[in-house]
Design a protein around this ligand. Structure first.
Ligand code: 523
Length: 131
């Protein structure tokens, strides 16, 4: 599994998407992404997933520090990315939004993020420039 920490052009905000499924995660916000297919690198998987789900083309950079074991077979990683083309739109999510460091921290504290993604918040907040 690969998720994207997608920065806006000013480096002040990150893209979050609100999950529509499954029921236990519906309504919570995540770094968008999905599963790599056989023979696909995580970079290719992330580009394909955000193109399908959000209609944007992204450039993919290095991995964030933390990895999260979702199950025995599934590890969730996140990579920094930036938008090359397109406006993100919620095709498979309930909504998308750009959030700055302060808002991201508050959303995490109040339990609005999918649980796994909370591990990345300190690194995201440290990297985001103040608005
Ligand atoms: N997460 C998660 N955080 C996060 C993502 C993209 C995914 O915790 N940022 C978890 C949520 C699900 C699992 O990873 O338990 C699968 O995510 P999903 O459904 O977005 O991946 P898909 O769409 O590739 O999965 P399938 O529909 O099963 O193919």
């Amino acid at each position: 599994m690969v998720a994207g920490a997608i920065l806006d052009s000013s480096g002040t905000r990150i893209l979050l998407a609100r999950r529509a499924r499954p029921a236990e995660l519906a309504g919570l916000w995540e770094l968008p992404g999905g599963k790599a297919e056989v023979g696909e690198t995580d970079e290719e998987a992330l580009r394909r997933e955000v193109a399908e789900e959000l209609g944007i083309d992204v450039g993919v950079e290095c991995e964030l520090r933390e990895r999260v074991a979702l199950s025995d077979e599934l590890v969730l990683i996140a990579r920094w990315a930036h938008v090359i083309a397109g406006e993100p739109a919620a095709r498979e999510h309930q909504a998308v939004r750009w959030v700055g460091a302060e808002e991201l921290s508050t959303m995490c504290e109040q339990g609005y993020l999918v649980p796994a993604d909370a591990v990345w918040v300190p690194e995201l907040v440290a990297r985001l420039r103040p608005a």
